[in-house]
Design a protein around this ligand. Structure first.
Ligand code: F6P
Length: 488
């Protein structure tokens, strides 16, 4: 079996006791890396001065090596905060109004991808399989090909791929599209995302479609397919069952004092629809006054990407909104919304999911949304809660038995909330069983196997040439600093 190389912006490095940070993706990839032996390369999360970039930091655990690189402050600003999170993220989440195109940031994004390629190159062996993750690293394969790499390279996009009318607003759309065609396998979360990508290729007149999943651009054939990411279903269900014995669980139950718990868990991000959700909850309370004092919305929202102005602004908006609703509707002994800006450990979260009568997972747009899946897995099969799920989350393609809502329709969501809270046990059970069967069948290990089978199985139609790839043009137009070298 070939060695596996994983490349992602962030790397879940195990702590000193050898425990990797919790999360299905980290566990599944770690399992695949253990089976094949391998390397996980990414950003250390640290920034430094231009002349201070040193050798890679390496952490070894069994036959896995975690290799981390620092980036310069300029790199972080242009590549991560700039192009990845102020252009690609809003565009892929249909927020054209928030995209801030800047040539400096675009150049920085391609430059850092070239830098990642140069860090990986000395460690590569001929038959390594390379699996690149997410929107930070779209041009990585093109950079590796340009430096003569012929290995099989796969890419998985964790976020949505937008429709052509949205994607093509981006000044470097052609470079990004062509960059993707340098991969052997491109994975999307849903059929819908893959079709949007196919429509972008067609609209640009790039290559032709050979079949449902096969495409050809120039001399090169590649696979583009949905691989909906899953969770560690049985493991998570077990954690939730055991969580009911913890002190936190008892304290929480006590503090609820018989009120029904509604839960929302999201990174503080404008794509998550948190303000619309609070509006819907407020509408529900005003239209169903008999529910007041009998329900509580627990919104757990760790802050994220605070250096990006749109995120900083959102922190204030949501805090003010929650405060306003609590002020208007709350009483001395009842707070409608408990708003918490911190992340919880998995067992605590699993226990809260199990306790909640209903989860509001209502993003405006989301690649998959694993909170939806974890909520379902955490339920008590005898008395499962209700999942209110945005039809614009990738998870809605699989979890058909959820109560699907349009998060832009605040009144509709409020009514769905009322229906969900009143849903009879038999219906809740039936819906839950359907969703749980799907989650068991397509857990994160199945997802990982499906992708790696395709990546290792498909033969490249033509060997990549040593000539510069089709993407090379962007260097001339966008990257005046393209020759800047990082010390290896
Ligand atoms: O889901 C997309 C994603 O960018 C992941 O890659 C990442 O782990 C998560 O969101 C959190 O974002 P960030 O790494 O910017 O804090």
């Amino acid at each position: 079996m070939s060695r596996l190389i994983v490349v992602s912006n962030r790397v879940p490095v195990p702590d000193k006791r050898g425990t990797a940070p919790a999360g299905g993706l980290a566990v599944a990839l770690k399992t695949a890396l253990e089976a094949r032996g391998g390397l996980w390369l990414g950003w250390s999360g640290r920034s430094c001065g231009e002349d201070e970039i040193g050798p890679l930091t390496s952490v070894k655990e069994g036959n896995i090596e975690y290799a981390l690189t620092d980036l310069t402050q300029q790199d972080v600003e242009e590549y991560y905060q700039g192009f990845a999170n102020r252009v690609l993220w809003p565009i892929c989440h249909y927020r054209l109004d928030l995209a801030e195109y800047g040539r400096r940031e675009m150049a920085g994004y391609f430059r850092v991808n070239r830098f990642f390629a140069s860090r990986l190159l000395p460690m590569l062996r001929e038959d390594d399989l390379i699996w690149v993750h997410d929107y930070h690293l779209i041009p990585l394969a093109a950079e590796l090909r340009r430096q003569g790499v012929r290995n099989r390279i796969g890419f998985f996009l964790h976020i949505p791929w937008p429709a052509p009318d949205v994607f093509l607003t981006m000044p470097v759309h052609e470079e990004l599209l062509k960059g993707l065609t340098e991969y052997d396998v491109i994975g999307f979360q849903t059929v819908h995302d893959r079709e949007n990508f196919a429509d972008c290729l067609a609209r640009q007149g790039l290559g032709k479609r050979l079949g449902t999943t096969r495409f050809m651009v120039g001399e090169q054939a590649f696979t583009a397919k949905p691989y909906p990411i899953g969770i560690e279903t049985d493991e998570f269900a077990g954690i939730a069952r055991r969580a009911s014995e913890t002190t936190l669980h008892r304290r929480m139950l006590q503090s609820l004092d018989g009120k029904a718990l509604i839960i929302g868990v999201d990174r503080l991000d404008y794509s998550k629809g948190i303000t619309q959700r609070i509006d819907a909850f407020e509408t529900f309370l005003t239209r169903h006054p008999d529910s007041q004092r009998h329900v509580t919305l627990l919104q757990i929202t760790p802050k994220s990407r605070s250096e990006v102005p749109e995120y900083e602004a959102m922190q204030r908006t949501v805090a003010e909104q929650a405060g306003r609703v609590n002020g208007a509707l709350g009483t001395v002994d009842w707070v409608p919304i408990r708003y918490v800006n911190r992340s919880l450990r998995r067992p605590a979260l699993a226990g809260l999911y199990r306790m909640a009568k209903l989860a509001m997972v209502t993003p405006l747009r989301d690649g998959m949304n694993l909170v939806a899946k974890e909520y379902v897995a955490a339920q008590n099969e005898e008395d499962p809660g209700v999942l209110l799920l945005s039809r614009f989350a990738g998870a809605a393609q699989e979890l058909k038995e959820a109560v699907l809502v349009n998060p832009y329709d605040v009144e509709g969501t409020a009514e769905a909330l009322a229906r969900g809270l009143a849903m009879p046990l038999e219906e809740r059970r039936q819906r839950w069983q359907g969703m749980m069967a799907t989650l068991r069948e397509n857990d994160v290990f199945a997802w990982c196997r499906a992708f790696l089978d395709d990546l290792s199985g498909n033969a490249r139609t033509t060997a990549p040439s040593a000539a510069p790839p089709k993407t090379a043009g962007y260097r001339m137009t966008l990257d005046p600093e393209g020759t800047r070298r990082h010390r290896l």
